[in-house]
Design a protein around this ligand. Structure first.
Ligand code: SAH
Ligand code: SF4
Length: 361
C-alpha cells in the first residue's frame, strides 16, 4: 500500500483521514502539534498517542522532509538554500536577516509558466507545481539546517507564481497559520503575484494574508512587453481587482516595481505610478533590476533610481528602494534559477530525531 505523506494534509484533511481509520478527530490536532511544533520525524515520538494508534498511523502515512542539497551564504548573511525533490527537480528558498529576526522567501512552483522577460525563473520555464508539503517543508528544512534562526515573516516570492498554484498555496498558508501548526499570524505572511486577477479576487474572500503585486509598469504596452500575463489581465482589470481588495479588506497593498534601464525608469512612469497610488494605502518597493544570464536588460544608474524615488516621496508615497540581498550568491529577486547550480556547496542531510521548534513570530 502506498503511504500518504502526512504533511500533504491540512488539519481538516487529517481529521477526516483519521476518523476514516477509526480514530477520534482530536487526535489529528495532537499529530499536528508533533509534526509542526515539535518537529517529530517518526510516529514513535508521538508519546501521547497509544501504541496501536502509532502503528496505525505508520501503516498509512509517512513523514518526509525536503532534502537539502546546497547552501550559500552572502556577505550580508542572506542565505540561499537549494532542495532536491523526489523527482529530481530542484527548488530554492532564501533566508534574509532582518535584525534579530529573519524573513524566509519560499518557492511555490518548480519554475514558472508566466514567462516575465526580466526574471530568470520565468526565462527557464515551468516544470511543475509544488505540493503543500514541499512549500511548508522549506521552512522545516531551513530551521533544521540552522536551529538558531528565528523566522518571523514568510514571503511567497521565491520561484514561481503562487496564484498559479492557488490551492496548494492556500493550504500551505493554512498549515503555517494553524494554531496546531506553525502558528504564524496571517499578517506575517505575504503572497506576491504578477497579477492573476481571478485568483486575487478569490484571495480577497479566502485568506487574510498580505498581498503584494508586481506592478512593474503602469502603461499596458510596457507592462505587456515585460510580463505576458498583462495581455490576459490588463492593468484596468488588475487595478479593478485591487480596488475591491482594498474596499473589502481595508488593508494596504505592497507594490513591487522592478526598475529596468530605459524601459520603465523614466519620470513619466513615476508620474503614472503616483496617480495610481492616490487610490490605495500602499507601500512601494523599488527593486533595481538584478542581472542574470537570461535577460539583456540593465539596471538603471543609482542616480536615476533616486530621482524616481524622490518623485514618489515628494508626492507623499511611502517608497523604499529594496536593498539587494544576496546578489553575489544569485539569491536576489529574479535570480533564482536553480537546476545545475554547480557553485552551490553540498551540505549534509539534516539531523534525524525530534527537535524543538525555535522559530517564533
Ligand atoms: N511570481 C510572483 C512572485 C515571485 S517573483 C511575482 O511575480 O510577484 C518575486 C519578485 O521578484 C517580483 O516582484 C518580481 O517582479 C521580482 N523580480 C523578478 N525578476 C527580477 C529581477 N531580475 N530583478 C529584480 N526583481 C525581479
Ligand atoms: Fe513568474 Fe514572478 Fe518570475 Fe514573472 S516574476 S516569471 S510571475 S516568478
Amino acid at each position: 500500500m502506498k503511504k500518504t505523506d502526512i504533511k500533504s494534509l491540512t488539519l481538516h484533511e487529517l481529521e477526516q483521514a483519521l476518523t476514516g481509520l477509526g480514530m477520534p478527530a482530536y487526535r489529528a490536532r495532537q499529530v499536528f502539534l508533533w509534526l509542526y511544533r515539535k518537529h517529530a520525524v517518526d510516529f514513535d515520538a508521538m508519546t501521547n498517542l497509544s501504541k496501536p494508534y502509532r502503528s496505525l498511523l505508520a501503516q498509512h502515512f509517512d513523514i518526509r522532509s525536503l532534502r537539502l542539497t546546497g547552501e550559500k551564504r552572502g556577505r550580508d548573511l542572506t542565505t540561499k538554500y537549494q532542495f532536491m525533490l523526489d523527482d529530481g527537480s530542484a527548488i530554492e528558498s532564501v533566508l534574509i536577516p532582518m535584525g534579530r529576526w529573519h524573513t524566509l522567501c519560499v518557492s511555490t512552483q518548480v519554475g514558472c509558466a508566466l514567462g516575465c522577460k526580466f526574471c530568470l525563473t520565468g526565462v527557464k520555464g515551468f516544470r511543475r507545481q509544488l505540493r503543500v508539503q514541499e512549500i511548508t517543508g522549506q521552512l522545516d528544512a531551513v530551521v533544521a539546517a540552522d536551529p538558531q534562526v528565528s523566522i518571523s515573516h514568510i514571503v511567497f516570492m521565491g520561484m514561481g507564481e503562487p496564484f498559479a498554484n492557488y490551492d496548494n498555496t492556500l493550504k500551505a498558508i493554512g498549515v503555517l497559520t494553524s494554531e496546531y501548526g506553525y502558528q504564524y499570524s496571517q499578517r506575517r505572511i505575504t503572497v506576491s503575484t504578477a497579477g492573476m486577477v481571478p485568483q486575487i479576487r478569490q484571495f480577497i474572500d479566502e485568506s487574510k494574508a498580505h498581498l503584494a503585486v508586481s506592478i512593474n509598469a503602469l502603461y499596458d504596452d510596457t507592462r505587456s512587453s515585460l510580463m505576458p500575463i498583462n495581455e490576459k489581465y490588463p492593468l484596468r482589470d488588475l487595478i479593478g481587482a485591487l480596488k475591491d481588495y482594498h474596499r473589502k479588506r481595508k488593508s494596504w497593498i505592497t507594490f513591487e516595481y522592478v526598475m529596468i534601464k530605459n524601459v520603465n525608469d523614466g519620470i513619466a512612469h513615476a508620474i503614472q505610478l503616483a496617480k495610481l497610488l492616490k487610490e490605495f494605502p500602499f507601500k512601494v518597493n523599488l527593486i533595481p533590476f538584478n542581472s542574470h544570464q537570461g535577460a539583456d536588460y540593465e539596471r538603471p544608474d543609482d542616480a536615476k533610481v533616486r530621482v524616481f524615488q524622490e518623485y514618489l516621496l515628494g508626492h507623499g508615497i511611502a517608497c523604499m528602494v529594496r536593498t539587494t540581498h544576496g546578489e553575489e550568491i544569485d539569491a536576489a529577486c529574479g535570480q533564482l534559477g536553480c537546476v545545475g547550480d554547480e557553485a552551490t556547496r553540498p551540505v549534509p542531510l539534516p539531523p534525524v530525531g525530534v527537535r524543538e521548534g525555535v522559530h517564533g513570530h
